[in-house]
Design a protein around this ligand. Structure first.
Ligand code: BG6
Length: 470
């Protein structure tokens, strides 16, 4: 639909940026922090680990000042569970509480609203050793961790996100580094873990509403529109299957507290249905999110699979579809360009995604990740001409405004990432930030912060409330 007149962004629109603890903080074993599954994972050859990352733990004041200079209204970051509970549960680590106290105070001092992701991929390793999300005790540990966060930070944090990209941990956990390599029947086990995460999330939402009546909480999956590779009815059906398994399984559960019927039929067909204990469905149905947060980088395209095992491609990347025999297989979209890492670039798909989510759930939406990973060049005189990133974000913001003009309620946009950080599996060379961090894959250099061209551009986008995207 063409709009002759676009609706402006709401006056109180929350412009900001995102990071996650393990990708930005560093200080991986300082001040009592315990190891997480990410600290213990193997990293692809040639890519750095997360031990120092962007050293935000020691430089957060400088970083927050730069975010304030850009005009951020909100800053979305995650709390490292292992700083608060080094063993996942048990005794609280005071130093961990202190760090986030200071971080939150610093953010607020600059007039920025914090948005906290409770759990962003970095499950405590001590819990993983006891079975991780396969063990129902992890649900209790998560609930207890949430209670601690609400108690300590609830007076200053209004927006909470339960779990980052639960769907990517289930579908692409190997790429991200969250899957226990010792699982005997991985898919079946993963869907059991998925169920436990659903229950944990529901408990967190209910607890938040009980403890912090003025706060708002929601899920943060990665949701994208799914195209059929052609108009062949079987391809359309495959897209419908994949949308249910990848997207709606997660949001139907978060919002309505029920398993999506197509996704459930798939689990039954494959023998992956989880064990559901008495009382679980009640917990799931009694919890409601206040909003939906979601991450969007690219759309996906799939075709019909006749059941051939070769339709499964071990891609090792969360945005390149793996495939499932007899259900769907990954396909490429000939109408889209790709970034340097093979991810298709699809701003119009972003508008469609916003429409689809709102149409299904009618809850306010916030975009908690969107951005372009690229290999930036630091030029003479501390210049980074990341015009490709500006173009990517401009095109997506334009489509977001069109979605708003379509009547979709969007209240915030937090691109990935506020500052350069280490990618999930492609090192620090794959950069996303508005601020360059001067280090290489294995040479930490001076880690100094340098404003990229996109920094100045985004500052102007925010100060004009999205009216000036040039
Ligand atoms: C999302 C994650 O999957 O995408 C982030 O929530 C991640 O943690 C981002 O960094 C970009 O992916 P990648 O693999 O390029 O780091």
């Amino acid at each position: 639909m063409k709009h002759e007149r676009r609706k402006p962004f709401p006056n109180d629109f929350l412009w900001g940026g995102s990071t996650s603890a393990y990708q930005v903080e560093g200080a991986w074993n300082e001040d009592g922090k315990g190891p997480s599954v990410i600290d213990m994972a193997k990293y692809p050859e040639g890519t750095t680990d997360f031990k120092v990352a962007s050293d935000h733990y020691h430089r957060y004041k400088e970083d927050i000042a730069l975010f304030a200079e850009m005009g951020f209204k909100v800053y979305r970051f995650s709390i490292a569970w292992t700083r608060i509970y080094p063993n996942g549960d048990g005794e609280v680590n005071r130093k961990g509480i202190e760090f986030y106290d200071q971080l939150i105070n610093e953010i607020r001092k600059h007039g920025i609203e914090p948005i906290v992701t409770i759990y962003h991929f970095d499950l405590p390793y001590a819990l993983q050793e006891k079975g991780g999300w396969s063990n129902r005790a992890t649900i209790d540990a998560y609930e207890n961790y949430c209670k601690t966060l609400f108690e300590h930070f609830g007076d200053r944090v209004k927006y909470w996100l339960t779990i980052n990209e639960q769907n990517m941990m289930i579908l692409h956990g190997e790429a991200i580094g969250t899957v226990d390599p010792n699982l005997k029947n991985p898919k079946k086990e993963l869907y059991q873990q998925n169920h436990h995460m659903f229950v944990a999330q529901a408990k967190a939402m209910a607890l938040c509403h009980r403890m912090l009546p003025d706060a708002k909480i929601g899920p943060a999956p990665n949701i994208v529109t799914i195209y059929p590779a052609s108009s062949k009815p079987k391809d359309v059906l495959a897209a419908n299957n994949y949308a249910a398994i990848r997207n709606w399984l997660y949001l139907d559960m978060a919002v309505y507290g029920r398993y999506n019927n197509i996704a459930w039929a798939y689990l039954e067909e494959k023998g992956y249905t989880p064990t559901i204990l008495e009382g679980d469905m009640e917990i799931l149905q009694n919890a409601k999110p206040d909003f939906i947060a979601f991450n969007y980088y690219t759309s996906q395209t799939v075709a019909a699979s006749e059941g051939n095992e070769e339709d499964v491609k071990q891609t090792g990347d969360q945005h390149i579809t793996v495939g499932e025999p007899g259900v769907y297989k990954g396909a490429s979209n000939p109408h889209l360009k790709r970034n340097e890492f093979g991810w298709e670039i699809d701003p119009v798909g972003f508008r469609t995604t916003l429409r689809e989510i709102y149409d299904r759930y009618h809850l306010p939406l916030i975009v908690t990740e969107n951005g372009l990973g690229a290999i930036d060049q630091l030029e003479e005189g501390d210049v980074i001409n990341d015009t490709y990133r500006i173009e990517f974000l401009r095109n997506h913001i334009e489509q977001m405004q069109l979605a708003i003009s379509d009547g979709v309620e969007v209240f915030g946009f937090c691109p990935w990432s506020a500052i350069d950080l280490v990618s999930t599996h492609q090192g620090i060379s794959k950069r996303y930030g508005f601020i360059y961090v001067n280090r290489d894959e294995f040479d930490l250099k001076d880690l100094r912060r340098i404003r990229k061209q996109s920094f100045y551009w985004y500052k102007q986008v925010i100060s004009s409330n999205g009216a000036n995207l040039d």
